[in-house]
Structures are given as structure tokens and as C-alpha cells.
Design a protein around this ligand. Structure first.
Ligand SMILES: *Cc1c(COP(=O)(O)O)cnc(C)c1O
Length: 497
């Protein structure tokens, strides 16, 4: 007979304490609160234009986040009030129509619903035979179709462009190492591998080179032409020089849309060169890859479909809520061969839930979130054509802004405008470079503090400038006209102070 009380159990444990769950005792309460949260969320986006693009947090808000670890329960209504007052009221601002800093997307409401439903279903996209896994694969297929990649290519959804680039560069390293680098490590690679990108390459590539054990110096930065595109002749010379020196030129990293100025490297020429030199071609398309769906501008990224691997970023120009990046790899076997490990506890089964390829075999994560749904739901709702038009719209807006700046004697363009990025400054001709930089930084900070607009700044070829990156489906031309007027007003104010 089974004993009812295990040996070692003390009197306190018996009779058994009631079992607990995270589910609410009364679903109708949480239902009412959920409805209120959705109502608030809709109003939040509907009225986004009425709020400042950014605002400083008061002391009380900063202090709120120093509260102790909550050991005991708080009513969810109260918790939500705290979130509404302290979190929702102080966003980064990238959903605002006049947010143009760095390079972000501006999210979208149905994508947010997708994120919510994905969390409600709670599925693990490490793999398995269930609908979320099929949907994940479908989003990869759609990414391939948008870029003109072959159907037999593979891909994986990751957190963003940085991880997508790391995936591509890891497959490149393993494919070109000449040894089983997974088994033997980079120290056994006979000839040191060299990767090549332009001097405009995104900082995530440096991190990738470091993580791959190749080191930052193994990434050769090649000079750029007047349009900030990689200098093809200099690249060819560098490859020949390294080969002669006993190094192994392994991979060209082309950028389709640089972060500084939106320049697009000559993709067809780089694809030819990679074939000629027997090198891997990886395209960092975090900004520009999705131009493939934009009818007026897709010609700018022609040739991207010839890459061995591409990184793209659905949380930028598809405005998926963060995070969503995607890596595509032409050679699916090389991709899987770089990451697949099948431990005894993750074998596939002939039937049932484990009767499917494991999706974790295409990257570094084991557990994966259901980030595909937020992309899928918005693509279905709007159609790819609409997203393409929005990209064309942002590029047209950037040209409009550049033309306004060009006509305005107090302002000047600092680099040729590339796709949806404009680099400019308040001219302040009488000031030296340092004071001119201070003045432009002050303009940028006041625009933020007054809640008018959020820009960032950068330095291109030694020239400091303000930078407007329009990856924003809410921006209108009037927003940009307001920006020009405000930059001039602030520039004059600061100059005369
Ligand atoms: C944004 C960006 C990245 C990094 O992508 P994350 O999504 O921020 O990780 C890499 N390369 C380029 C060109 C980018 O614009």
C-alpha cells in the first residue's frame, strides 16, 4: 500500500497546502482590465502626435524604479496604473512621427497584437510540430521571396540585425576555414582568415569578428568613394596583398544602406568579385535589403539576391515591434552544419510533437520566441505592396528634406543623401569646427528637450553633422518642414545668445 505521508515530511506539510497557479482566481476581473489596457493602447497610438517626441523623466519617475524586490502581491490594477504612469508616459519615442534618430522602426499596432497573441500562446520556437513553427518557416520563406533569394535557401529569425549578421558571418567562417572549425577551433585554421568591409561598416561586425575568435584586426576596413560606397579597386588590392602575405581572404561584407549616410555598396560588382576570388559574400541589409519590395527604389539593391548570406531587419523598415531580425543563407546545408547539435534529449520522433526539424539548429538560441507572428500578422493585414510604398515614401521624404536644406542658406548638406538618411548641419560659417559642433549638438538637444523632434548626430569624414533617418511610417512632409524651421530658429537663437 502507498503511504499517504512520505517519510521525512513534517507535520506542517500535512494536510497538503492548497496548490497554487499564476492564473487569476476570477477570469472576469482580468478580462475587464485587459479591455481597459487595449482601449488605452489604442488611444496611446491614436494620440501619439499630440505628445512630445521625447521628454525628460522627473525625479519621482526615476525613483520609482529603485523600489525593492516585491516579495508580496500587488493588485494587478495597481500594477497597471504604475506601468501607465511611469513607463508608458516616458517612451523612447521612436513611434512618434518626428523621431528620426539612429535607425529604428516605428512599430505598428497589429504587430503589437501579434506579439501579445504569441505570448498568450507561449510556444517555444526551438522547433516541433505545431502551427507556430510552420508560421515561423513561412515568414522565412516570405523574406526569401521579398529579396529574390532561392527557395532552397535557409534562414532564421533572430533578435535583430546584429545577431543576423553574426549568423551569416559564422557560416562564412566555418565554410571558408578549410578545417572543421567547430571541432578544432580557430587556432587550427592553417591560414588566418580575413574579412573585408568598408570603413562605413556597422559596429556589430567588429563584435562579430571578436566573438568568432578572429579578432577585430581580421576585419579589413576598405576606403570609400565620394558616395561612401566601398572602393572596389582598393578592395581588390587589399585582397591581393593579403593573399600574397599568406592570409586567406574569406569573406566580403557588403553594406546595403550604411548607418551613417545610407550608402549602398556596388552589389553586382561585389558579387562578381566574390566569385572571382572564391570568397563568401555577406550583405548587411539591415537598412536596405527591404528596398527589394519598394518599386521606385528596388533597383538600388539589385544583386542582393546573389549573396551567400544576408542580414535584414524586419524591426526597421517592416516596423515590427522589437525585436525581429532575419538571417538568410543560400546554402542551407552550410547553415545547418554550422549550428546543428542534436543532444540525446532533443532527438526527433517519427510522429507527434517532436516529428519536425528543430529550428534551433539554425542559430545559437535553443529556446526561441514566437517573433514570427508579429511580422506575419502585419504583412497579411497590409500586404507587402503597402510596406514597399512606405519605404518609397520615406525615401521621397528624405529627398524633400535634402532639397529644402539645399535651398536654405543657413543650412548645408554634409554628405550626399542616401536612401532615407540625410546628414546636414547649421552652417554657422563664422564659427570654427569645434564651436560649430557645439552649436549643432545644442540644436539637437533642444529639439529633444522641447519635444519637437529626435535626431542623432554623427561625424562623416571628420565633419560633424546632424543626422535624420526616416524609417517611420507616421512621418509627413509637414513634419520635416517643421524640423527645418525649428533648426533655423534654434540655430539663430543659440548663435545670437
Ligand atoms: C541597425 C543596423 C545593424 C544592427 O541591427 P540591430 O537590429 O540594431 O541589431 C547592423 N547593420 C546596419 C547597417 C544597421 O543599420
Amino acid at each position: 500500500m502507498m503511504k499517504t505521508v512520505e517519510p521525512g515530511m513534517n507535520a506542517m506539510d500535512s494536510p497538503a497546502a492548497p496548490e497554487e497557479t499564476l492564473d487569476p482566481p476570477d477570469w472576469s476581473d482580468i478580462q475587464a482590465l485587459s479591455h481597459r489596457i487595449v482601449d488605452d493602447a489604442v488611444a496611446y497610438l491614436r494620440d501619439v502626435r499630440e505628445r512630445p517626441a521625447w521628454r525628460e523623466m522627473p525625479r519621482e519617475v526615476r525613483d520609482f524604479f529603485r523600489a525593492e524586490l516585491p516579495l508580496e502581491a500587488t493588485a494587478i490594477g495597481e500594477v497597471y496604473r504604475d506601468v501607465a504612469e511611469n513607463v508608458m508616459a516616458y517612451p523612447m519615442g521612436n513611434i512618434h512621427p518626428r523621431f528620426w534618430a539612429w535607425y529604428m522602426g516605428s512599430s505598428n499596432y497589429t504587430g503589437a497584437l501579434g506579439e501579445f497573441l504569441a505570448a498568450v500562446q507561449g510556444s517555444n520556437l526551438g522547433g516541433g510540430s505545431h502551427a507556430a513553427a510552420l508560421l515561423d518557416g513561412q515568414v522565412i520563406d516570405w523574406c526569401k521571396q521579398m529579396l529574390g533569394f532561392p527557395a532552397h535557401a535557409s534562414g532564421t529569425l533572430v533578435s535583430g540585425g546584429s545577431m543576423a549578421n553574426l549568423i551569416g558571418l559564422t557560416v562564412a567562417r566555418n565554410s571558408k576555414a578549410g578545417i572543421d572549425v567547430r571541432e578544432r577551433g580557430v587556432a587550427a585554421i592553417p591560414k588566418p582568415l580575413r574579412f573585408y568591409g568598408s570603413d562605413q561598416v556597422h559596429s556589430c561586425h567588429r563584435k562579430a569578428m571578436e566573438s568568432l575568435g578572429l579578432g577585430n584586426q581580421a576585419l579589413c576596413r576598405v576606403g570609400t568613394d565620394a558616395g561612401f560606397r566601398i572602393d572596389l579597386r582598393e578592395l581588390e588590392t587589399a585582397i591581393a596583398r593579403d593573399r600574397a602575405a599568406g592570409l586567406h581572404p574569406a569573406c566580403i561584407i557588403a553594406t546595403a544602406g550604411t548607418v551613417n549616410t545610407g550608402a549602398i555598396d556596388d552589389l553586382p560588382a561585389l558579387a562578381d568579385m566574390a566569385v572571382r576570388e572564391r570568397m563568401w559574400l555577406h550583405v548587411d541589409g539591415c537598412i536596405g535589403a527591404l528596398l527589394c519590395i519598394a518599386p521606385a527604389n528596388r533597383h538600388l539593391v539589385a544583386g542582393i539576391e546573389r549573396a551567400d548570406s544576408v542580414a535584414l531587419d524586419p524591426h526597421k523598415l517592416l516596423h515590427a515591434p522589437f525585436e525581429a531580425g532575419c538571417a538568410l543563407v543560400r546554402d542551407a546545408d552550410a547553415h545547418r552544419g554550422t549550428f546543428a547539435v542534436t543532444p540525446e534529449y532533443l532527438e526527433t520522433a517519427p510522429r507527434g510533437l517532436a516529428a519536425a526539424e528543430w529550428l534551433h539548429e539554425y542559430g545559437l538560441q535553443t529556446t526561441r520566441g514566437f517573433r514570427a507572428l508579429k511580422i506575419w500578422i502585419a504583412l497579411k493585414e497590409h500586404g507587402v505592396a503597402k510596406f514597399g510604398r512606405l519605404i518609397d515614401q520615406n525615401i521621397a521624404q528624405a529627398r524633400h528634406l535634402a532639397a529644402m536644406i539645399d535651398r536654405e542658406p543657413l543650412l548645408e548638406l554634409v554628405a550626399p543623401p542616401g536612401i532615407d538618411i540625410v546628414c546636414f548641419r547649421y552652417r554657422a560659417a563664422a564659427l570654427g569646427p569645434d564651436r560649430r559642433k557645439d552649436l549643432n549638438v545644442e540644436i539637437m538637444l533642444r529639439l529633444q528637450e522641447e519635444g519637437t523632434a529626435v535626431l542623432s548626430d554623427t561625424t562623416v569624414r571628420g565633419q560633424h553633422c546632424l543626422r535624420v533617418a526616416i524609417a517611420n511610417h507616421r512621418t509627413t512632409r509637414e513634419d520635416l518642414e517643421l524640423l527645418v524651421a525649428e533648426v533655423i530658429r534654434l540655430g539663430r537663437d543659440i548663435e545670437s545668445a
